[in-house]
Design a protein around this ligand. Sequence first.
Ligand SMILES: [Zn+2]
Length: 450
Amino acid sequence: MAGDSPYWNPKTETLDRERLEALQLAKLRYHCEWAAARSPWYRARFAAEGFEPSQLRSLADLRRVPILTREEWTNSQFQHPPYGEIPVIGGDGAIRLHTTSGTTGRGPLRALDSRKDWAWIAEMWAYAIWGCGARPSDTAYIAFGYGSFIGFWGLHYAMEKVGVLNVPGGAQSTEARVLQIVDFDATVVAATPTYALRLAQEADRLGVDLPSSSVQRLILSGEPAGSIPQTKALIEELWGAKAFDTAGMTEIGTIMVFECSHQPGGTHIIEDNMIEEVIDPATLEPVSYGERGERVVTSFGRGTIPLLRYRTSDLVCRVPAATCSCGRGFDLYEGGILGRVDDMKIIRGTNVYARGIEAIVREFPEVEEFQTVITREGLRDEITLRVELRADRSPASWEELSDVLHRRLALAHEGLNFRIERADAGELPRFELKAKRTVDLRDAPIGAAR
Ligand SMILES: [Zn+2]
């Protein structure tokens, strides 16, 4: 129990880098031995790659451990249904089954957990709950569906562990949830960023003034939107409360990062229980502090599903622990989870982000729709912005607009030369959900249509 400390685990949260890495190395070795002895998938993979846990003499040796991809996991489930060969026990040894919501590839991942795994899952959430300032005197309302998606299940148990009075807000209408939050004098609310906004809209409709309610803190999870400063500021304004970003994934069963009460504009990595690497997704080489790359996670607490060097496709930018003033020794992800790696393209050595392009293009109200097309011509990659203009707000001169777009895009991308093309009215695809405005034709068969 953390008592008066601002840290849930004062001993490990304030370790210096040398001691933290020694702890990580010891846990890594143990976890690799565990996986090699019990998981058929890891046993076969380690043998195929010539890796043995005894080769781990320093943290730098982590790179000898084979990387695991989601595709390998789902393929294993497909070949050895229903759980694949990664788990160390089957359904008869586990106490819970959760699945991912994703529909890509060969269906959702099925994640098994033991009782001991669930104790760890709750412990990770406790770092976040305590770290943002929630205490046993609080009342927490958990606006969550309590279904097969793992979501806030771990937060629920962590609230109990910390001693917070806990209201499970499953299976209710948004209106009923707003009324319960007020009725029970909830001081903490857990929700996705989108749902926190939805609750605020509903409160407004009902004439409930949330800023004058008891709510002091919101714990956000489930979407990268929780780390977008504009979205978070809006949530804080509508609720009259502080909002704290967290992020987790079904693959580890819990969260791996949380924002502390100092609100540094980023999230601390729970480094005493995980190793997070940030790599260049093309070369798989590590990137430096302050550079964007893909998260690769190794978690030490889930015994049933050992997760070693799992590629997440999450885009992050790691910065040193000292970036935050709270005194933790845990490094941070600046701006939280920034999006998906699929959003990033590398054109002649320059990183290009779909949302970076969108931020520039959206400054021009005369643009109705746009598309970014990447092609390979000979050995050279080319990037083209295709622009469809609004019929009612055409620019004075297309040449002038394309010139400004060309210059702005180059300025934001190390001088990269974007071709600007005008598309006909109604030519480009329209989206209602999950827009896909980047088309990468570099590996497409010759003659593929746009
Ligand atoms: Zn901090």
